[in-house]
Design a protein around this ligand. Structure first.
Ligand SMILES: [Zn+2]
Length: 189
């Protein structure tokens, strides 16, 4: 989707400053490997347990994501139209490397799924950053879904699209050996 304006606008806004400040659309950001994030998450899951980590991560990310949705829609002057918003968020999050998002929503019934390929959280789990600097596939499969954080961001987006606060529960995760991550619209979390 490299010929699309939202993707280009986000990707080309990246600036690398010699004083250590990296910015995307003028927002201070940083780059790390997905494998490093997965390593940090491994310890949290091990020490605190999946249910606690996922619920805290989801709740805190959900709050941040709600603000992010509003800020991005304003920043990019996205038309107030669900199709335009789907296109925008898919291209924006692709540009910043979170994954390829495919919204499969049923607007009439305010339900449906979001399918994500190449989730940074799942791929971080599937590869390790080795001492010689390469991503090496671990071929291990997770027993738990690993993309709760991403689900919280999708929930804030889809809530905006549907005009109703909903949650997104990850039903299938690439880290568990599936080809993609699948999130389901839910009224519970
Ligand atoms: Zn996943």
């Amino acid at each position: 989707m490299s010929d699309t304006p939202y993707f280009d606008e986000a990707a080309k806004s990246a600036t690398f400053e010699p004083d250590g400040q990296f910015n995307i659309i003028g927002v201070r950001a940083f780059i790390t490997s997905c494998a490093s994030i997965a390593d940090w998450m491994d310890d949290l899951y091990m020490e605190l347990g999946e249910r606690f980590v996922d619920s805290r991560l989801y709740m805190s990310a959900r709050r941040a994501a709600k603000r992010t949705v509003s800020a991005l829609l304003n920043e990019f002057r996205v038309p107030n139209d669900s199709q335009a918003k789907e296109k925008f968020f898919a291209e924006f999050y692709s540009a910043i490397g979170w994954g390829q998002i495919d919204y499969r929503l049923d607007y009439a019934n305010k339900s449906g799924q979001v399918v994500v390929k190449n989730s940074f959280l799942a791929q971080g789990y599937a590869t390790k950053f080795t001492a010689d600097g390469r991503n090496v596939a671990t071929s291990t499969k997770s027993e738990i879904a690993r993309c709760t954080l991403l689900g919280a961001y999708l929930a804030a987006q889809v809530s905006d699209f549907l005009g109703e606060e909903i949650e997104m529960i990850e039903k299938q995760c690439a880290a568990m050996g599936h080809g993609e991550c699948i999130f389901q619209v839910s009224r519970e979390q």
